[in-house]
Design a binder for this molecule. Structure first.
Ligand SMILES: [Fe+2]
Length: 253
């Protein structure tokens, strides 16, 4: 059994949707796919994509990303928490799991998360430009810190005995030092909305050896203090320099 990682497939782009539709239904039948969020804000597109991955893989494991929780095209009054519940139903209907996965001595844990400004305070420019501030809707008084706490409170799993290897995954970035320091200022401006230090606290509490994350779209693998951090975002069509646009096997047992 192999474990593959992928995130940010953004199937609203035709070329990305075609890549998913053309994935082999024979090559990955014994394998697990970790899909770390940002498929589409349209539930119909999410459903189609998850069904296709479920046809290809023995098991697909999923956490929603910020795009999946946009309510811009949804009925007025629906919050992004409502959307999260709808996304969970779509995933379940497709046979895709948002729960921890145990097989033998391997335990794979989804970590629900949100950014919370632990990577820095947002500038006025970022507040005006970041799409989530318009496209997501939260209950009155909910700031990013509250949203982050809400989602991290869902991550209550304990690692069963006899587990030798723990893999965790989140949509958002768990550490600011995973973001290249060489990025230009207009990209560094985005850091406050890219992740949360709470994710790293949680994955280390679980003694994770490998963590898959998305959101930044910058493909990389880094070993930090005993944990391998992997980003294999598919990304937008024009992001060919930063995204390999292929499945990556992170484990081959
Ligand atoms: Fe994202």
């Amino acid at each position: 059994m192999r474990v593959f990682a992928l995130s940010d497939i953004h199937v609203d782009y035709d070329s990305n949707a075609r890549w998913v539709e053309n994935l082999s239904t024979a090559d990955y039948r014994d394998d697990v796919l970790i899909l770390a969020g940002d498929v589409s804000d349209r539930l119909s597109a999410l459903s189609r994509c998850l069904h296709q991955f479920a046809r290809c893989f023995r098991q697909v494991l999923f956490v929603p990303g910020n795009h999946d929780l946009w309510v811009l095209r949804d009925t007025p009054g629906k919050t992004s928490f409502d959307k999260f519940r709808e996304v969970a139903v779509v995933a379940e209907d497709a046979g895709v799991s948002m729960q921890p996965f145990l097989r033998g001595s391997l335990y794979i844990v989804p970590l629900f998360s949100w950014y919370d400004y632990t990577f820095g305070a947002p500038s006025d420019t970022l507040r005006a430009a970041w799409m989530d501030f318009v496209a997501c809707r939260w209950p009155d008084g909910f700031a990013p810190e509250d949203i982050s706490l809400h989602f991290s409170a869902l991550n209550q799993t304990r690692v069963p005995e006899d587990v030798a290897r723990v893999i965790t995954f989140s949509h958002f970035v768990p550490r600011i030092d995973l973001l290249p320091s060489s990025l230009p200022a207009e990209h560094r401006m985005l850091f406050p909305v890219l992740g949360s230090t709470h994710i790293d606290t949680q994955l280390r509490r679980l003694k994770s050896q490998m963590h898959v994350y998305g959101h930044s779209h910058i493909n990389r693998q880094r070993l930090i203090d005993g944990v391998i951090y992997i980003n294999n975002a598919f990304g937008y069509p024009h992001e060919e320099r930063i995204a390999a646009k292929q499945l990556t096997a992170i484990l081959d047992d």
